[in-house]
Design a protein around this ligand. Structure first.
Ligand code: CO8
Length: 303
């Protein structure tokens, strides 16, 4: 709850987590009970599982939120805590993100978080989406997406915030920013991340049409960096990570920041306005109707 409140109250999770080192009394470090509990539980949580190998400095974060790893407020809160903890651990240098749900990396934002919810709740949700993006896009860690299933919309966003993307070569899987197909609009920072990855013209076509690409198409436009057989996604990610970690951290981190800072600054200086935009857009009757129709289509397709 304290962490949810940190998101709600605009403070970064880092300020909350840093209370651990900044709160001192008589030379002793006071540790918040909430944080103690979280730290003890740092390897497993309900929706995210983190395996950190101290000997390599690499953490593997597995999304395990059935059925499709949709990004709900609870999921995003846990995810941000997980990343923040790794970021604060000086022995951690690399993060591999993957899924342990069959066929799906992540279905993107949880549509139920945007349908029939109060403006306050929508605002809280959107702040958590922003936080996830900010954490990953500005991370000092080497981040690799091991995309072992479909990755539409917010799932694609999560993937393109990483430094490198390896996708399972299975033609049934797809990846892309398909928001317009739901009757909604990818915000500027989704668009900017996509542009930084595949270029302006490809992004323009992809976003207007809400295109989902199969792995070969995604590789062709540079949306993913490498395709491998499904059972080799994680091993390839681990081997690739070793190559990235051979570069001195400080040089790589400064370079990453140089490439990404203008895009990050654009959101950090417009965060509140972006939340307001989202809330007023998503709560419109016409948009709620589009979401309802899309949800019905998902159910029908299943049947
Ligand atoms: N949110 C909530 N529930 C979902 C979502 C989702 N994103 N995706 C799937 N589900 C549900 C389904 O409705 C179904 O529910 P139930 O079991 O109750 O019928 C269950 O998950 C399983 O789904 P499927 O049977 O479809 O599972 P498959 O394995 O066959 O397919 C897919 C997996 C490919 C991921 C498929 O479910 C799919 O295409 N899902 C929709 C993905 C999508 O379009 N996501 C877009 C979300 S919007 C977003 O991320 C960015 C929004 C930016 C907002 C900007 C506004 C200003």
């Amino acid at each position: 709850m304290a962490l949810r409140a940190a998101l709600r109250n605009k403070s970064s999770l880092s300020s909350l987590l840093s209370q651990r080192s900044s709160c001192r009394s008589h030379g002793r470090v006071c540790v918040s009970p909430v944080l103690v509990a979280q730290q003890r539980n740092n390897s497993t949580s309900p929706k995210i599982k983190v395996d950190f190998d101290q000997s390599t400095g690499v953490a593997v974060m597995q999304m395990q939120s059935p059925p499709v790893n949709s990004l709900s407020l609870d999921f995003l809160t846990e995810f941000c805590i997980g990343v923040e903890k790794l970021e604060m651990d000086k022995s951690c240098r690399g993060l591999i993100i993957t899924s342990n749900q069959p066929k799906v990396f992540s279905a993107g934002l949880d549509i139920m978080e945007m349908y029939g919810k109060s403006p306050e709740r929508c605002g809280e949700f959107w702040r958590a989406v922003q936080e996830m993006w900010l954490k990953l896009y500005s991370s000092n860690l080497v981040t690799i997406a091991a995309i072992n299933g479909s990755s539409p919309a917010g799932g694609c966003l999560m993937s393109i915030t990483c430094d490198y993307r390896i996708m399972a070569d299975n033609p049934r899987y797809s990846i892309g920013l398909n928001e317009t197909q739901l009757g909604i609009v990818a915000p500027f920072w989704f668009k900017d991340t996509m542009t930084n990855t595949v270029g302006h013209r490809t992004t323009e076509i992809a976003l207007e049409l809400g295109l989902l690409y199969n792995p070969s198409e995604a590789l062709k436009i540079g949306l993913v960096d490498q395709l491998v057989p499904e059972d080799q996604v994680l091993t390839t990610a681990t081997q690739t990570m070793a190559k990235w970690l051979a570069i001195p951290d400080h040089a790589r981190q400064i370079t990453k920041s140089m490439m990404r800072k203008p895009t990050i600054d654009k959101l950090t200086s417009n965060r509140e306005a972006d939340i307001q935009n989202f809330v007023s857009f998503i709560t419109k009757d016409s948009i709620q109707k589009s979401l309802r129709m899309y949800l019905e289509m998902l159910k029908k397709r299943k049947g």
